[in-house]
Write a protein that binds this ligand. Structure first.
Ligand SMILES: C[S@@+](CC[C@H](N)C(=O)[O-])C[C@H]1O[C@@H](n2cnc3c(N)ncnc32)[C@H](O)[C@@H]1O
Length: 555
């Protein structure tokens, strides 16, 4: 939960004005939102297509334009780690001397009660209990602390010490000044602050371009998220030089082109072997002289046109994709995300989030472990069946869509691993864990509809011995995975009206345990802050509602 205080509105507006940004105060107003913190509201009706905010990229804050940009670059630090370290230096070391400080100081890493904003993976035991057994825990394993952030903190501490030793750059006080002789306690205290910075920035960052990567954008970060009907589109030219951020020709591109031409000439002439020219400072400088001339000419052209804001390619824009009406809050979209993702990355949850699901993996595992009769079927499903069924199902859906071209394409339930959205790093381990792969496909969607795999596994488990045999065109061999499936039987697995399967699923839902969310004690006793409680309550309620809908579907 990262929110801004209303006392900061004037500072943010002044910063944007000083940066010659365009935010039309006759059309929009920043004020407190019922969702928490601030939001941006329409002062008048505004037509779709209009831009509500235009800022030059030089006024956004990224690691690449921070005061320590060169140091980060020299040490090959990029991405979110670079942004976190840059933010810490800017707000603790450079402070008033930093161009961005008036904006950055409005970004709080603590909630209104003074508690650090922490992701659930770093909540205390009581806090984690609030989410135990939900999809957050079982499907995404998002209660386990990420090693990556601790490693990032250690890198940041070492760099701070190195820069201090080498050229006396002050070590950020209270953040990276970990006492060497008091490693444990002091380390953990400052690690929490570091995590809080990372979590807060991840809830406010915008993907800008190849040069800036993720950056903080004043005012743009005050628009709240809408799950279903966002009003805005964030526009930024991504394809720029990753070394200098130029959108057109720059010395790096010219140097690259020059080398390419040299290469081609060498190939075509097939003459004596020429020495390969390399990009060095001399080459860049000589090329840059030519470029400088070209550039000053084009700058004059732009200034002549003078529209108040410079080259559009050098700006970021928030453009309306809907008409908005007077007084309404104007919403952005942080992505088509379930509450699991919103909480893990952005620190909040939304009631009635249509991207929510309920994971049934552990619930199936419970009955599979208990019942000997299921062992053979489950072994086949894990090794062969799930893959076969998924491929058949996707193909069948494509054929249906081909026949009915006007129909709205729908998710086939297999196109994406339901558990993939939080697991960028675990994609490397793809294939390592077949069990997780098919278990992740066992879920109920927001409408209370079991996923295709859920129906299929339930249908499989409830097959009688003779039905199970007839699933194979050849006798089941001792090695179940070698048995040949009778493909005509696959549609049976997709059935949604098998009373035996419905009964099995109903029992599964009856036994499913979700956390009981109630406030037994004060936050001082439990360490559960209002934000933690509120977020967990919405997430768990959403899962309860999905289960209720599913029970109706099954009855
Ligand atoms: C980019 S900021 C948006 C502006 C924020 N309200 C502020 O005061 O700074 C993102 C934060 O706003 C809050 N937020 C955004 N959309 C929300 C929503 N639909 N419901 C609840 N909180 C939301 C969350 O605290 C989130 O971490």
């Amino acid at each position: 939960m990262s929110v801004t205080s209303k006392d900061d509105i004037s500072h943010i507006l002044r910063f944007v004005t000083d940066c010659h940004g365009k935010f039309d105060l006759s059309k929009c107003v920043i004020r407190e939102s019922a969702l928490g913190g601030l939001g941006v509201f329409a002062k008048t009706d505004i037509a779709k297509g209009q831009s509500v905010l235009t800022l030059n990229k030089s006024s956004i804050f990224s690691a690449s334009n921070s005061s320590i940009a060169n140091l980060l670059y020299d040490n090959s630090i990029d991405g979110m780690l670079a942004l976190n370290i840059a933010f810490i230096y800017e707000t603790t070391v450079f402070k008033n001397t930093s161009h961005w400080y008036p904006f950055l100081r409005t970004i709080r890493i603590r909630d209104e009660q003074g508690n650090l904003n922490l992701p659930p993976s770093f909540w205390n035991k009581n806090g984690k209990e609030l989410l135990k057994g939900t999809s957050f825990d079982t499907l995404f394993d998002a209660l386990t602390p990420e090693e990556e952030i601790v490693e990032g903190f250690e890198i940041a501490i070492n760099l701070a010490r190195k820069w201090n030793e080498e050229f006396q750059l002050e070590i950020p006080n209270g953040f990276l000044d970990v006492k060497e002789n008091n490693h444990g306690k002091d380390f953990n205290l400052k690690l929490e602050r570091f995590i809080s910075v990372a979590y807060t920035l991840s809830s406010r960052g915008f993907e800008i371009d190849a040069y800036h990567e993720t950056a903080l954008v004043p005012i743009a970060d005050l628009f709240n998220h809408h799950v279903a009907h966002p009003d805005l589109k964030f526009v930024s030219l991504y394809d720029v030089c990753d070394k200098c951020g130029e959108s057109g020709m720059c010395k790096h591109l010219i140097a690259e082109e020059y080398l390419e031409v040299q290469e081609q000439e060498r190939d075509t002439s097939r003459a004596e072997k020429m020495e390969t020219p390399t990009i060095n400072e001399d080459l860049i400088n000589s090329l840059e002289n030519g470029l400088q001339e070209e550039r000053s000419k084009s700058i004059t052209d732009i200034e002549d046109e003078d529209s108040g804001i410079e080259n559009a390619d050098e700006c970021v824009d928030l453009v309306l994709k809907n008409d908005v009406t007077q007084h309404q809050e104007i919403f952005n979209s942080y992505g088509e995300l379930s509450n699991v993702f919103l909480l893990a990355r952005y620190g909040f949850t939304v009631p009635g989030n249509t991207y929510d699901i309920v994971h049934l993996g552990p619930d199936f595992m419970n009955i599979l472990k208990k019942e000997e009769k299921y062992q053979e079927k489950v072994k086949w499903w894990g090794q062969v069946g799930h893959g076969l069924f998924s491929a058949w199902y996707v193909q069948m859906r494509q054929e249906d869509e081909g026949e009915d071209k006007d129909s709205v394409p729908q998710s086939d339930g297999f196109s994406e691993d339901a558990g993939s959205e939080l697991e960028e790093e675990s994609e490397e381990e793809e294939g390592e864990n077949d069990l997780n792969s098919w278990l992740s496909q066992l879920y109920i969607d927001y409408n209370g509809e079991p996923s295709p795999s859920t129906w299929a596994l339930a249908n499989l488990l409830t097959l009688t011995a003779s039905q199970w045999k007839s699933l194979f065109s050849k006798k089941v061999t001792p090695h179940i995975s070698d048995s040949i499936i009778n493909e005509e039987k696959l549609p049976f697995l997709a059935k949604k009206d098998n009373p035996h399967s419905k009964k099995l699923l109903s029992k599964l839902l009856k036994d499913k345990k979700l956390p009981c969310i109630k406030r037994d004690n004060t936050p001082q006793v439990t360490g559960i802050t209002d934000n933690m409680f509120h977020s967990a309550q919405i997430l768990v309620q959403s899962e309860h509602d999905i289960l209720t809908k599913c029970r109706k579907t099954l009855s």
